[in-house]
Design a protein around this ligand. Sequence first.
Ligand code: G3P
Length: 195
Amino acid sequence: MAILALWASFGYLIGSVSGGMIVARLMNLGNLREIGSGNIGATNVLRTGNKKAAAVTLVFDAGKGAVVVLLARAFAGEDAAQIAAFTAFLGHCFPVWLGFKGGKGVATYLGILWALAWPTGAVACLIWLVVALLTRFSSLAALVSAGAMPVLMPLLGYTNMVTLAVLLAALLYWRHWGNIQRLRAGTESKIGTKS
Ligand code: G3P
């Protein structure tokens, strides 16, 4: 039990480190809170016009989720990996370093899935990509992808991940509440647009 709590804490602390905030600071991109949606994720970093910064943010935020899972699994097994995955996602959304005002968790979600079971990560990315290419809405792509994964996981042979996928999808939908309202109102901005 103590070991699981340790990995949960580790996942949360690493998940709390925001790639977007670090990249924005190092590359002088300005205050992400005052740009576009105000989010600290890769989609909003892209609104600064700096594609490289957005790519680095994506890799960083996905990478931290993956690293946490791989370390937890290597040292403490599958339960620890899933718990650390969940807390890493929580950390990204509610980071202790940023007064608990974090991101929406999409890149971290994808990194977590890749590390837990790569076919689930591949399918989630594929769904994201198809919806994003068809609609140009990053948020909608994330919502469809995260919503589909609890249903698809048993079909892919990962029934053991369904509970985690449901919890992550619920949190992801909560964090995208503003996006959902904008999608419904027809005011959501598309990938690559500035506002
Ligand atoms: O990765 C977050 C994305 O789904 C939505 O971002 O900045 O358009 O609210 P944003």
